[in-house]
Structures are given as structure tokens and as C-alpha cells.
Design a protein. Structure first.
Length: 194
């Protein structure tokens, strides 16, 4: 058993983008009898001392579920930016902020220009394009759920207007939000694949 006084080791995990991923990580940690604390998107606190064998077992188990332990500092920063954006778009409803850049910079505690350059260099896409992709996927999810109208969806996703949402939606999907709503085939992309 662990003591709350023991320092926690933080493991960073790639592709951990949903609550389902948190459940998978918890299940694997419990199965391997690895004492853990808080599990967040992209990271978990562990209190067990991991020998090489248990560490490899965990890495393999996570890899089999599409998750991966991260060691590289740049890769850690990219994952942190992704998780900030995923939280901002998918898990913090009605979050109003002046600019995406200020929000991301404050959450990462780093200069936005630095973050944007690293992200673009490593991902081959700008942070803004990544945000737009997530906002459109979230809009698709909300349209399919059919609980909100387009005005409410545009407000929830912090668009300045329904026209702005519709323009970006059509640029990304080739369809207007209304066409998408009435389409018999409504293709969505998994968060980890955006």
C-alpha cells in the first residue's frame, strides 16, 4: 500500500484523449497492481516503484490499447498542447475566452509563439487548424445528438456567429451543418485521429 506522503511519479501517456482512455489506463494499472492517484488526460500519478519488468508490462498493455508512454520533452509538450485544446473544445462547455492563444499560453505557462512554432514544426499543422478540426468534430457530435440548434452550438463552441461556424464547417467537411444534419451518412473522426 502507498502513503499519501510518498512523492508521486507522473507518467505521461500519448493518445489519452477521452474519459474512456482514463478508464483503460485505470484498468491496466489495477490489473498490474500499480498503485496510482489522479488520472488526467495525458498523465497519471503513480505511487508504486516500477521495476523494468512492470514498466515494460505497462508500456506493452497501453500500446495494445492505442496508448503510449511518452519520454521525449518535445513530444510531452505537443501532447500537453493537444490536451489543453481537447479540454477547451470538448470538456469545458460555454468557456468564454478572449483568444485561443491566451488560453493555451496560460494553461501551458509558456509563450504562445514558442508553443505555436513547436506544434507546427512537429505536427505539420498550426494550432489554429488543430482547434478548428476539433471544433468541427465537436459540432458534428452536437448536430448528431440533435439537442441544440446551430445558434446554441455556435455559442457553445465560441464562434462569433452561426455564419462563422457554417463557413468553417463547410470548409472542413464540404457540407453545411444543415446538410450534415440531414445526411444519412454522418462520418466522424475519433479524437486521437484528429
Amino acid at each position: 500500500m502507498f502513503s499519501i506522503d510518498q512523492p508521486a511519479m507522473i507518467l505521461h501517456i500519448k493518445n489519452m484523449v477521452s474519459n474512456r482512455c482514463k478508464i483503460i489506463v485505470k484498468t491496466e494499472l489495477d490489473r498490474l497492481v500499480i498503485q496510482h492517484g489522479k488520472i488526467e488526460l495525458g498523465e497519471v500519478e503513480i505511487y508504486s516503484i516500477l521495476g523494468y519488468e512492470r514498466y515494460e508490462c505497462l508500456a506493452t498493455a497501453l500500446m495494445e490499447t492505442g496508448l503510449e508512454l511518452i519520454f521525449d520533452k518535445k513530444e510531452l509538450l505537443i501532447e500537453k498542447i493537444k490536451h489543453i485544446i481537447i479540454n477547451m473544445v470538448h470538456y469545458e462547455p460555454y468557456l468564454k475566452k478572449s483568444k485561443n492563444s491566451e488560453y493555451i499560453s496560460s494553461r501551458a505557462n509558456l509563450d504562445y509563439t514558442y508553443l505555436a512554432n513547436i506544434f507546427s514544426e512537429e505536427m505539420g499543422v498550426t494550432i489554429e487548424h488543430f482547434i478548428i478540426s476539433h471544433k468541427i468534430e465537436r459540432a458534428k457530435e452536437l448536430i448528431i445528438a440533435n439537442e441544440l440548434n446551430l445558434t446554441e452550438i455556435s455559442y457553445l463552441l465560441n464562434y462569433s456567429s452561426v455564419a462563422h461556424l457554417s463557413h468553417q464547417f463547410k470548409q472542413v467537411t464540404g457540407l453545411t451543418p444543415s446538410s450534415f444534419r440531414h445526411s444519412p451518412i454522418r462520418h466522424r473522426i475519433a479524437l486521437e485521429n484528429i
